[in-house]
Design a binder for this molecule. Sequence first.
Ligand SMILES: Nc1ncnc2c1ncn2[C@@H]1O[C@H](COP(=O)(O)OP(=O)(O)O)[C@@H](O)[C@H]1O
Ligand SMILES: [Mg+2]
Length: 423
Amino acid sequence: MNILVLGSGGREHTLTWKVAQSEKTEKLFVAPGNAGTSQIATNVNIGVTDFEAIKKLVIEEAINMVIVGPEDPLVKGVYDFFLNDETLKNVIVIGPDKAAAQLEGSKEFAKEFMSRHNIPTAAYQSFTKDSVEEGYAFLETLEAPYVLKADGLAAGKGVLILNDLQEAKDELHNMLVDSKFGEASTKVVIEEFLSGIELSCFVLTDGKDYLTLPTAKDYKRIGEGDVGLNTGGMGAISPVPFADEVFIKKIEDRIIKPTINGFQKDKMTYKGFVFIGLIKVNEDPYVIEYNVRMGDPETEVVIPRIKNDLVPLFEAVGNQTLGEKTLNIDERAATTVMLVSGGYPEAYEKGKEINGLENVHDSLVFHAGTKLEDKKVVTNGGRVIAITSYDEDFNEAIKKSYQNIEKLSFDKMYYRKDIGFDL
Ligand SMILES: Nc1ncnc2c1ncn2[C@@H]1O[C@H](COP(=O)(O)OP(=O)(O)O)[C@@H](O)[C@H]1O
Ligand SMILES: [Mg+2]
């Protein structure tokens, strides 16, 4: 099989690494990829939403399967683009169609889906410019803190959590009337605040049947102790120690099953990963959000724990025979720590040479923002490299990641030294 992975981050390097191990994989391409993917596959310099260029590549290289890493192409309809094209319609695309991708592309759509299918989530209402006064009134009925969410894609910046009622009203105005997040905040969802600890669960589905992948917990803030600005993610752990069998059964019964049944009832086409962001309130799981692809850096701990060959699983997703498959999960814990560029998530420099990669032993190196320059690996993004390790116990695994990180350096390298501190 010839396979194309779309994307250029740590998630895509991990998926490429896994798919490269399959006996079924013949030619393997990544668009646009990074320095890490270039060592195990062929990078092609095409943007993930340049559908015409992707089409040309798929035809030229006789590609049979496209694995979509990020949300952008899915929300823009890459699945439908393939399905509606005579020459591409038999290519397996791992992801939902454009309509189902609205589960991530629109917070309101996701909330309506959950309420229609009785999936536990925070109470909410949504507002537009024309109903901003009603929005203020709704805020008055809630207690602090106030949760305001831009409806559309806002690169992880569209959610505001505010302690003060007046500030919440002002921000609602900024979002709806002054287009604080552009198009994305034409609508705003206001939610009840849920208090608890967050985790994520991942599902691979063919739209009919599903496999539940391991749970993971990521660390979003830049600073140790979970303080400071939000990032794409600074590290992750799988499995989540507090998600015991009883809790996972609740997730399965109350959330995963009704979600997959909801796809069928709503006649949604969904052949890919579902990322369910959860919060544990007392002993009960609630959905914070859906994403229609894997998470990053959760992929860097979830995928390495899957022992199955991924390619036959993806084929089963494409042919809707996933019900015949079972997962084989590595019992060991996996941890990952992200090395980032100094200054990230604000301004940072690129092009710094990364030293010591050849000295890493007993950990996996997944490239996020890197590229090759004169045969040297240099930084090319805020998040640069993820170091993943396994052990029986996550505390031991994380030690291995940190020991290997000692051997690595680049100008202004930063990472959190406390991944897993709260577990
Ligand atoms: N109802 C809620 N109660 C408490 N915290 C919330 C709630 N909704 C979102 N959050 C917090 O805000 C973060 C971002 O919200 P989320 O819906 O995941 O948006 P996105 O990832 O698209 O920015 C969550 O990870 C969670 O920490
Ligand atoms: Mg989120």
